[in-house]
Design a protein. Structure first.
Length: 569
């Protein structure tokens, strides 16, 4: 494996050219980011782009103005000059980035994910962002700070009217091992951050930089096991490709990061003691955490449209780092028995995760299928892996299809379905504990930044099945969606809620929604309206009976709304 890393690095550096670019589309940008993915399905975009190493760059998309994918602003704009401005005889580029205003509302309790700097909160929430991009020669600066305000109203907590046994189960089952506060404080929340900002040195396909941008790894649309825009962006050093690197055997994309993760500073519940005064919240070590991550993707020359990749991440406390090997730990063997002392412990307190993924693009059928399979705990040896290959696993599987409308030009019906399975298998319940996917015990904030999971927004132990049906024309989209979300099944099992005779105490949301995206001149609009029926909200056990599967008076209704507008300069 060590030699594979070296060959890929040599290929990246060795294929450098004089073409220079580093402008990116921030992960999760409404309308624009998904437009390019659909364009690839239609054969209008380079089919060697994996869409599994994001943010996407202008270099990969081969466009001068990545925020005008249809090329309409030059002729249909409210301002005389749109897009990038060149100076110094073409050596420099300056562009005002779109000004974005995103709003969100939850009527009963927090819902939703993949919203970047926003937090899980009840009530009104808004995020404002804008800035500029400038490049001169190989050096580029993207300044795009973000300001978020959340009403963060109070709501019915798990801790309300609970017994000491239930509170002990909550903290002992999961939430002493992960920084996942139910509510971010007792008042409104506001924060100004660097947002999607970066400074880079880019030569050919290779870019080295300092960044605070959100990262997305893997082919998922709704979720990603390892990196997504569910949490706010974090400060990191990155070495990555800005376009596929073509070689004799196919093309490669890759990214290596080293970043700083912070904790939220909030306890899982506002209640941290039992009725006896006994403290049940074990506050984690407050030091910052270092995250080292690697994502490598390969598109075989002989199988067009197929992408194969893997990711690996390591997390440890910053003050424990000692020497270059602790900053770049990717050469540590996968099997624990091969680690230095043969006991599966290399002497450093750190957690690691691994995932494999694939995406297969069929341009003639305007379709794609994809999956990602991850492990939260590596096997001790090969025999251990054969005997229990699904120990500590999680996976994502999805597909997308564009169906042309007969007699219509450039109009389609889009079908998108995805399954995210984060809860652990029976192996973790009966044979040996696997914990849950986003914590492992060494760094007790878990795989989080500012209190939110870096990967799948459904969270530790959360399972999601979703399907969308939409009308598509260019950047415009109108559609309906259905989502089933089972909250933290691992906690449900560990707390013993499922052991009662008859019925079910699992907290499950059924969300029906309508969504739309529309462009008009310089403006981009996006909206989502969801009605959510939460069964057994907060795993309530009130009025438990043996004859009813779900208890009606344990259910609540929640409205989730999103509305956004962006202006392109």
């Amino acid at each position: 494996m060590k030699y594979i890393y070296q060959l890929i690095f040599i290929a990246i550096i060795g294929s450098c050219s004089l073409h220079l670019s580093a402008q990116t589309i921030p992960v999760g940008t409404p309308l624009i980011e998904d437009y390019y993915r659909r364009a690839q399905l239609l054969g209008k975009l380079d089919s060697s782009i994996s869409y599994s190493v994001r943010p996407l760059s202008a270099e990969a998309l081969k466009t001068d103005n990545i925020f005008d994918p249809e090329g309409t602003l030059e002729a249909d704009s409210w301002i005389k000059s749109s897009g990038p401005i060149q100076f110094a005889n073409g050596k420099g580029v300056f562009q005002i980035l779109p000004f974005s205003w995103q709003q969100q509302f939850n009527s009963h309790h927090p819902y939703g994910w993949n919203d970047g700097a926003m937090i899980p909160a009840k009530g009104y929430q808004t995020l404002v962002s804008g800035g500029f991009f400038a490049k001169f020669g190989p050096l580029s600066i993207q300044l795009k700070p973000e300001f978020v305000y959340a009403q963060n109203s109070s709501f019915e907590s798990f801790g309300d009217n609970r017994s000491d046994a239930e509170l002990s189960a909550y903290y002992g089952g999961n939430y002493n091992l992960i920084d996942a506060p139910e509510r971010f404080g007792n008042s409104s929340y506001q924060k100004l951050s660097w947002g999607q900002s970066s400074i880079r040195l880019t030569v050919g396909p290779a870019s080295l930089g300092l960044s605070n941008e959100n990262i997305w790894w893997g082919p998922g649309v709704k979720n990603s096991l390892m990196m997504s825009n569910n949490a706010t962006g974090f400060k990191h050093v990155t070495l990555n490709t800005v376009r596929p690197v073509k070689t004799y055997i196919g093309s490669f994309e890759a990214q290596i990061i080293g970043g700083r993760l912070e904790e939220s500073g909030f306890s899982p519940l506002s209640i941290t003691t039992l009725s006896t005064g006994t403290n049940i919240y074990s506050k984690p070590r407050s030091d910052w955490r270092y995250l080292a991550g690697l994502n490598v993707n390969y598109q075989p020359k002989w199988i067009p449209g197929l992408f194969l990749g893997f990711t690996r991440t390591f997390m440890s406390y910053g003050p424990d780092l000692d020497g270059i090997a602790s900053y770049i730990p990717f050469f540590i063997p996968f099997q624990k028995t091969n680690i230095d002392n043969g006991g599966g412990d290399d002497g450093l307190a750190r957690d690691q995760r691994t995932s494999l993924y694939a995406r297969w693009l069929f341009t003639k059928a305007h379709a794609e299928i994809y999956f990602e399979y991850g492990l939260n705990d590596n096997s001790f040896n090969f025999r251990d892996f054969i005997g229990s290959p699904d120990h500590s696993r999680a996976y994502i599987f999805g597909l997308r299809k564009l169906v042309p409308l007969k007699g219509k030009t450039d109009e389609f019906i889009q079908v998108n379905a995805e399954i995210t399975q984060m809860s652990q298998t029976i192996d973790g319940l009966l044979l040996r504990g696997a914990g849950s996917f986003y914590y492992h015990g060494e760094a007790r904030q878990g795989y989080t930044n500012n209190g939110e999971v870096l990967g799948a927004g459904s969270g530790t132990g959360g399972n999601v099945q979703s399907i969308d049906l939409s009308w598509i024309k260019g950047m415009k989209k109108l559609g309906l969606s259905f989502e089933r979300y089972e909250h933290n099944r691992d906690f449900y099992d560990s707390a013993g809620f499922g052991s009662a005779k008859g019925g079910s105490r699992s907290w499950v949301d059924f969300a029906f929604g309508a969504q739309g995206e529309w462009n008009y001149k310089n403006l981009l609009f996006n909206a989502k309206l969801q009605g959510i029926k939460s069964l057994n909200y907060q795993w309530r056990q009130k009025d438990l009976t043996d004859t009813q599967y779900y208890i009606p008076n344990n259910d609540v209704f929640n409205f989730h709304g999103e509305l956004g507008v962006a202006f392109r300069f």
